[in-house]
Design a protein around this ligand. Structure first.
Ligand code: GLA
Length: 724
C-alpha cells in the first residue's frame, strides 16, 4: 500500500466509472539481466516473442536465473475517462520474484532477488496487481511494461495466461490489513482517497463461538494516509475487523485468529501413535522406531519378532533383518511409571515397501541451500527430544546442496564441506530408529546447480548405500537438457531416467524409498507405480501462502485419488507449517492458523507424504499440535491406503471424504471463502450420503452432535470421522 501511496494522485469523484479492460497475452523475452532493459526506448526487436500460457522453460529452453519480459501495449484513452486518475495493471502470478516498470517508472516488486540482503524469496503464487500513476501512461500509443524476473526451480516466468490494464474501482484504493504486534494486532486502514466510515471490531472465542467484544467507531482518514487501530487479541480468540464507507462498493474486511490449539495433550501413560504396518524386503535392514507417547523413560517389549529382528528395549528400536517372506503379527508394549499400553502391528516381509505414506522431515522448506550436517543433526535430535518421533515421524531427508563441486577422478560423488561425515550421520539416525534420505537429479545438475547423477547412476546408488541411505528424492531439473536434446518427448522418454535409477536402487542390499520429483509432468501418477516408485510429486513447489496451498491442494489433487495406495503415493509436496524460509534465516509460516489446520487436514485425507518442512529444533506448541494429533495422523497412515476424493465443491465449500480400514470415513469440510460460513453437519454429511447422530471431531478428539451448526472459519476446516 505504501508503494501505491507514493506514486498515485487521484481525486475522489471517480466512483461511477465502469470497469474497462485491455488484455494482452504475449511479450518479448530475453534471458539474462541488464538494468538498461527497463528503459522504454531500448530496442527489443531481436528478443524472442513468447506467450503467457507456458513457462519459459517450455518456450525458450531456459531454467534458473534472470529473464526479462518487455510487453508492448497500446493503452486507450477511454481508460482515462472520468475523474479517477489511475490505472490498474494486473500481471497475474509470476514465477518466482520480479520487478516491473511502466515506461521506465517503477510500479511494483514481489519477492526478493538473490543479491538482496536476506537473499532470494519466491512469491510465485501471488497476483501482481498494481495501481499506477496515469501520468506515466502514453495514451493511445505504444507503452512498454518491462518485467525483470528471477526464477529458481521449474517453471519460470509468466505462464498463467493473459495480463491486463484496467480502470480501478474505488475499493482498489483503500486497504484494510491486520499486522501482528505485541499482544494483539494493528488494524491499518490505508487509503489514497479521503474516506469516512465506520470500523467494526469483534473478538470471538474460537472454541465456544461466543462474541467477547463488539465495538464500532467512526473513522475519517485523509487521502494518502493510513491509520492504525490497536486490537488486543489473546490466544484462542478470533478478531474480525470490517470497514464500511457508504461510497465504496464493498465492505473491507480482515480477519485473523491467534494460534489456537485443538489437539488435547497426550496422556502421561504410554500410547501408541505410529503406523500399524511396516514393509521390508527379505534380507534388507529393518529400521523401525516404536512410536509411543507418554512419560519417559519407557521400557519396550515386542512379541512375535521373526528370527533376525531384534529390539532395543530402552530405545524401542527394531533392527536386524528377516530372510523369510511373510506377514508377522507383532504386539508392541511400552511401560512407564504411570502404566502400560500395547498395540497390534504387522511386519510385512515381502516385495513392497512404503506401505503407509512416509512421515519425517526434509531440509528444503527451511534451510534450502544452507542445509548442513549440523542442521540435520539438530532437527533429528529435536525429532526425538521434542517427541515428534513418538508420532511416527522417522525419515530425516537432506534435500539439495549436500553435493561436492566435483566428483573424484574415478567418478565418485562426495558430500561438500558442510557434511563432514555422511556415514556417521546415517549411523546416528539408524541407531535411533530413524531413516536417512537424500536428494539427486537424473540430469547433470540439480535445481540448485549442484552435481546430478547423469551417467553415474550406478555409482551414486552404491555410494548412498554405503552411507546407509533409505530414501531418494530424484528431481528432474537438469534432465531437461537431455530430454530436449533427444527430441523424444514421449511418455517413455519421461520414464527412462527414473527407470534407470530404480534398477540400481533395487540392486542395493537395503530398501530405498523412491520418491520421484518432476512436478506432475506427463501424468506421472499414471505410470509411477509401474516403475515401482513409492511416491511422486504431483505439483510444482509449494510455498507458505494461501494461493500456493490452494493451487497445490485444492486445484491439483482432486482427480488423483485412484492412483494412491500402499507402496505408491501422490506427493503434493512438503509441509509449510512452523519456521520456514528457504534460506539461512527462518520466519513463521505465513499461513493463518486456520490455513495450517486446513493444510494438515487435507494432507491427512490425501494420504500424502508427511515431510515436515520447518526447523524442528524451533518447533512451537501450536506447530506441535498440528503435527502430533494421533487421530489426524492415523487417517494419513490408514492401512487401506485410499486417498480422499472431493465430493462437493459449491459456493467455496468443499467436502472431501476418505474410506478407512475400520469401515469408517474421514470427512473434511473446508471453507475456502474469505468469511466464516455456518455449516449444519448433518446436512453436509447428507450431501455425500452419510448419516450419523454423532461424529468424531478429529482435531478436538471428542464426539460432537451432527444436528448442530458449526462455524467454519475463513480458509478453515471441520475435520471429522464418521464411525463405522
Ligand atoms: C526443486 C524441487 C524442490 C527442491 C529444489 C532443490 O525445485 O521441486 O522440492 O528439491 O528443487 O533445488
Amino acid at each position: 500500500m505504501k508503494r501505491v501511496l507514493t506514486i498515485l494522485s487521484l481525486t475522489l469523484a471517480a466512483l461511477t466509472l465502469s470497469a474497462q479492460t485491455v488484455s494482452f497475452d504475449k511479450g518479448r523475452f530475453q534471458k539474462g539481466d541488464d538494468p538498461a532493459w527497463s528503459a522504454p526506448g531500448f530496442d527489443d526487436s531481436a528478443w524472442r516473442e513468447v506467450t503467457f500460457d507456458q513457462s519459459w522453460e517450455t518456450l525458450v529452453d531456459y531454467a534458473n536465473g534472470y529473464g526479462w519480459y518487455r510487453i508492448h501495449v497500446v493503452i486507450p484513452s477511454s481508460l482515462k475517462k472520468g475523474k479517477v486518475e489511475a490505472i490498474m495493471l494486473d500481471l497475474g502470478a509470476i514465477d518466482d520474484s520480479d520487478q516491473t516498470w511502466l515506461n521506465g517508472h517503477p510500479v511494483g516488486k514481489d519477492g526478493t532477488f538473490p543479491e538482496e540482503p536476506g537473499g532470494y524469496s519466491s512469491e510465485w503464487g501471488r497476483r501482481r496487481h498494481y495501481v499506477v500513476d496515469p501520468s506515466w501512461v502514453k495514451w493511445d500509443k505504444d507503452n512498454v511494461i518491462a518485467v525483470r524476473v528471477y526464477n529458481y526451480g521449474d517453471p519460470g516466468g509468466f505462464y498463467r495466461g493473459a495480463a491486463q490494464v484496467s480502470k480501478p474501482s474505488l475499493k482498489d484504493f483503500a486497504k484494510l490489513t491486520l499486522e501482528a504486534g505485541e499482544g494483539g494486532y494493528k488494524a491499518v486502514l490505508a487509503t489514497s482517497v479521503k474516506t469516512s466510515g465506520s470500523l467494526h471490531i469483534t473478538v470471538t472465542d474460537i472454541l465456544t463461538g461466543k462474541v467477547e467484544s463488539d465495538k464500532t467507531q467512526k473513522v475519517t482518514v485523509p487521502s494518502w494516509k493510513e491509520k492504525p487501530y490497536f486490537c488486543a487479541l489473546a490466544p484462542q480468540k478470533r478478531l474480525k475487523v470490517t470497514y464500511t464507507d457508504p461510497r465504496f462498493e464493498e465492505v473491507l474486511e480482515a480477519e485473523v485468529c491467534a494460534p489456537y490449539i485443538l489437539t488435547p495433550p497426550a496422556p502421561a501413560t504410554p500410547r501408541y501413535n505410529g503406523p500399524l504396518v511396516f514393509g521390508v524386503r527379505p534380507g534388507s535392514p529393518v529400521i523401525f522406531r516404536l512410536a509411543f507417547s507418554g512419560d519417559k523413560p519407557m521400557k519396550y517389549a515386542v512379541e512375535g519378532l521373526p528370527e533376525g529382528v531384534v529390539l532395543d528395549p530402552d530405545k524401542g528400536v527394531l533392527s536386524g533383518s528377516c530372510a523369510q517372506e511373510g506377514d508377522y503379527p507383532l504386539v508392541f508394549t511400552a511401560t512407564n511409571d504411570k502404566g502400560s499400553a500395547s498395540a497390534q502391528f504387522t511386519l510385512k516381509v515381502g516385495t513392497q515397501i512404503g506401505l503407509t505414506p512416509p512421515m519425517g522431515w526434509n531440509s528444503w522448506n527451511c534451510w534450502a541451500l544452507s542445509v548442513s550436517q549440523e542442521k540435520v543433526m539438530s532437527s533429528a535430535a529435536a525429532l526425538i527430544n521434542k517427541g515428534l518421533a513418538d508420532y511416527g515421524y522417522s525419515y530425516m531427508n537432506i534435500d539439495d546442496a549436500w553435493e561436492a563441486e566435483y566428483r573424484t577422478p574415478d567418478g565418485r560423488i562426495e558430500a561438500n564441506e558442510k557434511f563432514p561425515d555422511m556415514k556417521a550421520l546415517g549411523d546416528y539416525l539408524h541407531s535411533n530408529g530413524l531413516k536417512f534420505g537424500i536428494y539427486s537429479s537424473p540430469g547433470d545438475h540439480t535445481c540448485g546447480g549442484f552435481l546430478g547423477s547423469l551417467d553415474h547412476e550406478q555409482q551414486d546408488a552404491e555410494v548412498w548405500n554405503s552411507w546407509g541411505v533409505d530414501y531418494l528424492k530424484y528431481d528432474w531439473c537438469g534432465y531437461s537438457k537431455v530430454y530436449d536434446a533427444s527430441k523424444d518427448h514421449s511418455t517413455a522418454a519421461c520414464i527412462r531416467p527414473y527407470l534407470k535409477m530404480q534398477q540400481y536402487l533395487r540392486e542395493q542390499p537395503r530398501d530405498i524409498f523412491y520418491s520421484l520429483c518432476q512436478y506432475g509432468w506427463d501424468k506421472v501418477w499414471e505410470w509411477g507405480s509401474y516403475i515401482d516408485a513409492n511416491s511422486w510429486r504431483t505439483s510444482h513447489d509449494i510455498v507458505d501462502t494461501w494461493e500456493s496451498l490452494y493451487v497445490t491442494g485444492f486445484v491439483r489433487q482432486p482427480d488423483l485419488y485412484p492412483y494412491a495406495g500402499p507402496g505408491h503415493w501422490n506427493d503434493p509436496d512438503m509441509l509449510i507449517v512452523g519456521k520456514v524460509g528457504w534460506s539461512s534465516s527462518l520466519r513463521d509460516s505465513r499461513l493463518t492458523p486456520d490455513e495450517q489446520y486446513t493444510h494438515i487436514s487435507l494432507w491427512s485425507l490425501l494420504a500424502a507424504n508427511m515431510l515436515i518442512g520447518c526447523d524442528i529444533s524451533q518447533i512451537d506448541d501450536f506447530t506441535f499440535n498440528l503435527l502430533c494429533n494421533n487421530e489426524v495422523n492415523a487417517v494419513n497412515q490408514d492401512v487401506l491406503g485410499k486417498q480422499a476424493r472431493r465430493d462437493v465443491d459449491e459456493g467455496g465449500i468443499q467436502i472431501w471424504s476418505r474410506p478407512l480400514a475400520d469401515g469408517g470415513t474421514a470427512v473434511g469440510i473446508f471453507n475456502l471463502n474469505e468469511t466464516s460460513v455456518p455449516v449444519r453437519l448433518s446436512e453436509a454429511l447428507g450431501q455425500i450420503g452419510l448419516e450419523a447422530e454423532t461424529v468424531r471431531d478429529l482435531w478436538r478428539q471428542t464426539d460432537i452432535p451432527t444436528e448442530e451448526t458449526y462455524m467454519i472459519l475463513p480458509h478453515g476446516v471441520r475435520y471429522v470421522k464418521v464411525k463405522p
